[in-house]
Design a protein around this ligand. Structure first.
Ligand SMILES: [Zn+2]
Ligand SMILES: [Zn+2]
Length: 395
């Protein structure tokens, strides 16, 4: 066991690992984390936290004030995924078709372990909000967004916010950071092309939406290659084309479904503008009409430069620079903590989950959160709070 782990965390480690496995065996999907919420609240209540529930459905905010000082918010996500578990572990999911395949059971247990120690030691001056969030996976909508809509930061203002995520493949005992844009925005776009249907033998009497769609798929590829600056990241994938049925019938309409991703809000905006423009005008060039529908997903996750630097320095001093990855490559995955970082500065960082047996990535039916990552991550939460809020004042 790493010697940086706090003795207070070490003392409760077995209990927290047992809790993590209990959560793992009983996974709940987004906005249905009733059992998880009950377990979380029971623990926090016992340690003297002031609890507020009903924020973002099954969300819970636990507050602990200790003297006067700034306010910090730490977030753990609680939801599982609609995946059939295949680990065969003794604590494997007991619920068919549901699984903690992203390690949110671990994140919840980590934050609870830190909560226990922080309530005991109280070596900080300020206010601590522990935010237990539902539905990070977007199953039924974004839990982070729903908590915001319910006035999260109006009711619980924070000076800085933090969240962590485990990452298989990053060695156990290591923490990873990246200042600035770290995870991609993700939007779904539907383009409906309205033509004029007709007989397949008489195309001159129709406006063929299939030809428009085919041409538009290729034209859309020029947005990334010709409009996005070469050193920026962008993805535009046409994942579905739906049109027609019979070989001798020209259908009246066609539909394209796209996913677009970016690591810069300006590029995200550019993608939207160009897709809109190109679809409408390209279709018009054929005498058809395009209708573009945007379904906004999670925004770009942008870590605050200064706060990320501070957290990284703290981790380096504490764990040694060799255990800190200072410049993780950005990820094209997305994360709804990004909504909060648009309003409050903060840092989302990575905790090594190790390679394990088989070394499964998250969202894989063979994945499991690595319990050995728990005490280190919980200790870092405690250190971060003490560092960020400063030492307790003896009044
Ligand atoms: Zn996930
Ligand atoms: Zn996750």
């Amino acid at each position: 066991m790493h010697n940086a782990i706090l003795p207070g965390i070490l003392r409760i480690n077995d209990e927290m690992v047992a809790l993590r496995r209990q959560l793992h065996a009983h996974p709940e999907l987004g906005f249905e984390e009733f059992n998880t919420r009950r377990l979380v609240m029971e623990k926090l209540q016992g340690w003297g936290y002031q609890l507020t529930e009903g924020i973002g459905g099954t969300g819970v905010v636990a507050t602990l004030q200790c003297g006067r000082g700034p306010t910090i918010g730490l977030r753990a996500d609680m939801d599982a995924l609609p995946i059939q578990e295949e680990t065969g572990l003794p604590w494997a999911s007991q619920i068919d078709g549901k699984m903690h395949a992203c390690g949110h059971d671990g994140h919840t247990a980590i934050l609870l372990a830190a909560a226990c120690e922080l309530a005991r030691s109280r070596r900080f001056a300020g206010t601590l909000h522990l935010i237990f969030q539902p539905a990070e996976e977007g199953h039924g909508g974004s839990g982070a967004k729903r908590m915001l809509d319910d006035g999260l930061f109006r009711r619980f203002p924070c000076d800085a916010i933090f969240a962590l995520h485990n990452m298989p493949g990053i060695p156990l005992g290591k923490l990873g950071f990246r200042a600035g844009a770290f995870m991609a925005s993700t939007d779904t776009i539907t383009i409906l092309i309205h033509g004029t249907g007709g007989h397949g033998a008489m195309p001159q009497r129709a406006v063929d939406p299939v030809v428009v769609a085919a041409s538009l798929v290729l034209a859309l590829q020029t947005i990334v290659s010709r409009n996005v600056p070469p050193l920026e990241t962008a993805v535009l994938t046409v994942g579905a084309i739906l049109a027609g049925e019979a070989a001798n019938v020209i259908p009246a309409s066609a539909e394209l479904r796209l996913t677009v991703r970016a690591l810069n809000p300006a590029v995200r905006e550019l993608l939207h503008q160009r897709i809109h423009q190109l679809a409408e005008q390209h279709a018009a060039g054929f005498g058809a009409r395009a209708e573009v529908q945007f379904q906004h997903g999670y925004p770009v996750l942008v870590n605050d430069d200064v706060i990320t630097q501070q957290a990284m320095l703290l981790a380096s001093e504490w764990l040694g620079a060799g255990n800190v990855i200072a410049d993780l490559a950005p990820l094209t995955g997305s994360e709804d903590f990004a909504y909060w970082l648009e309003q409050v500065p903060g840092c989302y960082f990575i905790v090594g989950n190790g390679d394990g047996d088989g070394g499964c990535m998250v969202h894989n039916p063979g994945y499991d959160f690595n319990d050995e990552a728990l005490p280190l991550a919980a200790s870092f939460w405690v250190r971060l709070v003490e560092h960020w809020l400063g030492p307790a004042t003896t009044a």
